[in-house]
Design a binder for this molecule. Structure first.
Ligand code: ZN
Length: 263
């Protein structure tokens, strides 16, 4: 999925607010020899249309192209509960979901009385999380949790109260899926917050944790940056492969966004 946006919508005190800066939307799957772990589930197509986003590939179809049957996935990490990260929950009937306890407290608590903080949440998606919790399918963990061998999650807050990042051991070393702790590489490079923010100090402090957990800056992956499509090879149309080193030569052309990625 992608959305045309202006820099002024993405950055606070932006010097060139009218300049375009596309926002891409991704979800991820971690594939090893014996299992697949899904990280976030993209955006519901009806909600995408309502928000004016262009839908390119459903994560369920993207997983199928990678040989992963969503109906059989048993482990699913939700990095936070914004609507663009939990769109296809019903397509994963066997999955156990993992999310920060602080995120659940946030989306069902008093901050949601304020329109500024609830604007990227959808009540029906939150209700679905509550249903999963009561069905014993949602684990609400503390700030750090080991999800599997080589896969851990780490609270950073900032973008929302329960934002987390995912550290993944890959063939090229420790990669950090920054999720919305970084929408764009530029936040990380300039040390600036994204404009949609719950706590700006936690958001900027999160950059340090990302740096500490990734093997190098080349192992850091933001959630919404079109630059990713220029750095990483396509595994299939709209699917990027991230367990290889990025190509900084500029040889790859940015065509459009991707809806699924593989690490
Ligand atoms: Zn997002």
């Amino acid at each position: 999925m992608n959305a045309s946006r202006k820099r002024g919508q993405n950055f606070i005190r932006e010097a060139d607010p009218e300049a375009p800066l596309v926002l891409d939307f991704y979800s991820w799957v971690l594939i090893s020899d014996d299992r697949a772990i899904v990280v976030d589930t993209g955006m519901d197509p009806a909600k995408a249309a309502r928000h004016g986003h262009t839908h390119l590939l459903s994560p369920v179809d993207g997983l199928a192209q990678l040989g992963v049957d969503a109906a059989l996935v048993d482990t699913l990490i939700l990095t936070h509960a914004h609507y663009d990260h939990l769109g296809y929950l019903d397509a994963f009937p066997r999955a156990r979901f993992y999310m920060q306890a602080e995120e659940m407290a946030y989306v069902t608590g008093p901050w949601m009385e304020k329109p500024w903080f609830r604007r990227a949440y959808e009540p029906d998606e939150i209700a679905r999380l509550v249903t999963l919790l009561h069905a014993d399918r949602l684990t609400l963990h503390g700030r750090e949790a080991q999800i599997a061998d080589g896969v851990s999650v780490h609270w950073v807050g900032g973008h929302c109260a329960g934002q987390e990042i995912v550290r993944v051991r890959t063939a090229r070393g420790w990669v950090v899926l920054a999720s919305d702790a970084l929408h764009y590489y530029e936040e990380y490079e300039r040390g600036v917050p994204f404009a949609v923010v719950f706590n700006a100090s936690d958001m900027i402090a999160g950059h340090d944790l990302i740096r500490a957990l990734a093997d190098s800056d080349d192992h850091v992956l933001p959630a919404h940056d079109p630059r990713l499509a220029a750095l990483y090879p396509a595994e299939a149309e709209n699917i990027l492969r991230l367990d290889v080193a990025p190509d900084h030569t500029g040889a790859r052309k940015i065509l459009h966004s991707s809806a699924a990625q593989v690490v």
